[in-house]
Design a protein around this ligand. Structure first.
Ligand SMILES: NC(=O)c1ccc[n+]([C@@H]2O[C@H](COP(=O)([O-])OP(=O)(O)OC[C@H]3O[C@@H](n4cnc5c(N)ncnc54)[C@H](O)[C@@H]3O)[C@@H](O)[C@H]2O)c1
Length: 428
């Protein structure tokens, strides 16, 4: 096997840890990103995602961090980890993926391997990215399952797909210890991809095709989304019946095969996005999925549903003008990311009616301030409030503890423990 020079394209939550892991295994690693500010921060040892352990940040010095595409033209493996969001119409927005593919096409030479890690619908890697590379480079995609690279002199490139499964803010499951799916357009390239990923991951699972790997990734999040939607719908049902959903779940969970899901505001760039990718592909193949889109619809409506319930409850209980402390604004617990945060939507709903301070010890304050100009984020809680709403289960809130949080509540104030973090959830 030739010495591999690896370029990681897009140094975010997925790309950066990957670059660090390959670097630790002594590969020659290049990190390419179009965000110049981010590259400068990384050159100075600053990781805005907080996904890299402090003790490992020193490895950044060994990665060649670049913003110019010609600096990575000698690489022979390109791993693409750019965002794949949805647009305003909730359709896949492949712009970043297409742009990145066009850019690296300027570097790709015969024999190079391009592995995609971005989440996509089945068929994207081969039918969209592969076709772009063929058009831009005049090389052909090598698709041979014999395991032999027989036509070495002919102009071929290779494709792979290896979806990322990391869970930002989760210390237990990481790139090294989770099972990583790998797949390729040919058995020849699969061996090379297997060699590379085996260096950084404990367990690999080889998928029968790129499309199987793409589909597997997308249904993991779709399954979660639909399950959470069911529990969210149950929350609405039980609210109407004046039954505490957490008490019901706690009892139901005692059955061995009851799945352990909780109500929640599904945001971020994975669970709330990936089902739309699958739905889009399914619609193009003639079947508009019903359950998947219905689940999305329920989950998307939850922030406004909760906002309405909270507003009505407060108005019934407290007649004067009130102030609120909102605890947690990120899209999920222990993660500094606010992209597509439904807690932010809930906050915005209530902000139209009430005066609110936000306290979040985890959020990336710079991004938050730059994106949400009118948000009153506080660094310390130093006064008393009529209402406290805890909407994200950050471990740091647990550490602060119920008693200290409640100390900031005025007499006869209301504490909404929306995630039942302290067992104080009540029907509203
Ligand atoms: N964050 C997660 O938890 C997670 C988990 C599994 C899978 N994924 C998937 O991985 C992909 C990346 O997600 P992320 O959270 O790391 O995104 P991110 O926004 O944190 O990082 C992506 C990086 O790509 C860069 N970029 C955008 N366009 C580019 C281009 N044309 N060329 C080079 N760089 C470019 C951005 O500047 C950014 O730094 C997405 O498809 C996402 O769905 C994310």
């Amino acid at each position: 096997m030739n010495k591999k020079k690896i370029a990681i394209i897009g140094l975010g939550y997925v790309g950066l840890p990957l670059a660090i892991e390959f670097c630790k295994k002594k590969f020659d690693v290049f990190g390419f990103d179009i965000d110049k500010k981010k590259i400068n921060e990384l050159r100075n040892g600053i990781d805005r995602t907080h996904e890299v352990k402090k003790s490992e940040l020193k490895n950044l010095k060994k990665i060649k961090l670049v913003t110019q595409i010609d600096k990575i033209q000698d690489c022979n493996v390109y791993i693409v980890t750019v965002p794949t969001p949805i647009n305003d119409k909730k359709k896949p927005d492949l712009k970043n993926l297409i742009d990145a593919t066009k850019l690296i096409s300027k570097c790709i030479q015969a024999g190079d391997i391009i592995v995609y890690e971005s989440t996509v619908y089945p068929g994207t890697t081969r039918e969209i990215c592969g076709k772009i590379i063929e058009k831009k480079t005049n090389l052909k995609l090598y698709e041979d399952n014999s395991g032999q690279l027989t036509s070495k002199n002919k102009k071929f490139f290779h494709l792979g797909y290896s979806p990322e499964r990391i869970n930002p803010g989760d210390n237990k499951h990481n790139l090294k210890n989770l099972t990583k799916l790998i797949s390729s357009s040919s058995v020849f390239a699969l061996k090379e991809i297997n060699f590379l990923y085996k260096k950084i991951c404990d367990k690999l699972y080889i998928c029968n095709s790129i499309e199987i790997a793409e589909a597997a990734k997308i249904i993991e999040n779709t399954q979660r989304d639909v399950n959470i939607a069911l529990i969210n719908e149950l929350q609405i049902v039980f609210n109407n019946l004046k039954l505490n959903i957490y008490d019901v779940l706690s009892a139901a969970k005692t059955k061995w095969n009851f799945l352990n899901f909780e109500p929640g505001l599904v945001g971020g760039h994975c669970i709330g996005v990936d089902p739309y990718y699958l739905a889009h592909k399914s619609i193009s193949a003639g079947y508009p999925p019903k359950l998947i889109l219905s689940g999305r619809n329920i989950n998307d409506k939850m922030p406004n549903y909760l906002g309405r319930k909270i507003k009505n409850y407060i108005k019934k209980k407290i007649k004067k003008k009130i102030n609120i402390l909102f605890l947690g604004i990120t899209f999920k617990e222990n993660c500094n990311d606010i992209r597509n945060s439904k807690n932010l939507i809930l906050y915005k709903y209530l902000k139209k009616i009430f005066k609110i301070d936000v306290y979040d010890p985890v959020v990336d304050k710079n991004t938050l301030k730059s994106q949400e100009k009118n948000l009153n984020i506080i660094n310390q809680i130093n006064k008393k409030y009529d209402v406290i709403i805890l909407s994200v289960k950050h471990d740091k809130f647990k550490k602060i503890g119920y008693k200290k949080i409640i100390d900031h509540l005025k007499k006869d104030g209301i504490f909404f423990d929306l995630k039942n973090m302290f067992g104080k959830y009540f029907v509203i």
